[in-house]
Ligand binder design. Structure first.
Ligand SMILES: [Zn+2]
Ligand SMILES: [Zn+2]
Ligand SMILES: [Zn+2]
Length: 256
């Protein structure tokens, strides 16, 4: 499996429009972050987790010519609003785009994109097909088993995904002991860390580090980063040896 970070920024991205802080004006390309998403290449299959506002740019930047499915963590704007841009994939393949999401997320998407789901869709509208995800039910895509992990994002349930010993979690704040159990044995862990201060719906840096310590993976990468976290280089130097800050376009080969 190849994991490529398409975006590692929080909902406004970095730089933030009009912000002249040291992070938003940094020359280090690792400080420039599109909205949070990841591309998984498993054998010949391409899957993405989340389709935020930068989806089109991310697909172009990663030169993705075909896409076999989209997994959604939750319904927030920065994770779903790029959905209209699946059209080129529809046109090339002549097929509906499978979207793996829980029912509440599917319903939210139907409200956000009514033209996609009307009985008489506008010619050229995206064509998607939902596949349900439920807690405690693993599912298969092209022979790859994916285990959903439920966590809470403030009050909102979100899904992370475990594939072999790789786990991707974003926009989490708390997790039950039962779900935590599903993470044990993870060797490569991606988890969100917003910034250093407390936040009501995201892990901050110290909470993310405590969480990583519990799971004890070989390597962990932080994502969904705010400009308030500080400069990539400076913050990364303060982290434990097995913890890194993810950055856009970072690619990791991992045997699942
Ligand atoms: Zn988010
Ligand atoms: Zn800034
Ligand atoms: Zn969110």
């Amino acid at each position: 499996m190849k994991i490529r970070f398409l975006g590692t920024g929080t909902s406004q991205g970095i730089p933030i429009i009009g912000c002249d802080c040291p992070v938003c004006t940094s020359d280090d390309s690792r400080d420039q972050r599109l909205r949070c998403a990841v591309l998984l290449k498993i054998n010949e299959q391409n899957l993405v987790i989340d389709v935020g506002p930068d989806f089109r740019q991310q697909m172009l930047r990663a030169k993705v010519a075909h896409l076999d499915g989209i997994l959604l963590t939750h319904e927030h704007n920065d994770h779903v609003v790029g959905l209209d841009d699946v059209r080129p994939f529809n046109f090339r393949s002549g097929k509906d785009m499978p979207i793996y999401a829980r029912l509440s997320v599917q319903n939210d998407i139907k409200r956000r994109f009514p033209y996609v789901f009307s009985d008489n869709p506008y010619p050229g509208a995206p064509s998607v097909v939902f596949r349900d995800i439920e807690v405690d039910t693993s599912f298969q895509i092209g022979g790859t088993t994916i285990i959903p992990i439920e966590a809470l994002h403030g009050q909102l349930p979100v899904f992370g995904f475990r594939i072999g010993n790789f786990t991707y979690l974003t926009d989490i704040k708390t997790i039950s002991d039962q779900e935590l159990e599903k993470l044990m044995g993870t060797e490569l862990l991606v988890v969100n860390a917003l910034h250093k201060k407390e936040h009501h719906s995201h892990l901050n840096l110290s909470q993310a580090l405590a969480f990583i310590e519990k799971i004890n993976p070989t390597r962990a990468y932080l994502t969904h980063i705010s400009h308030k976290m500080g400069l990539h280089q400076e913050v990364e130097e303060t982290l434990p040896a097995n913890v890194f800050i993810a950055y856009d376009n970072l690619e990791i080969d991992f045997l699942i």
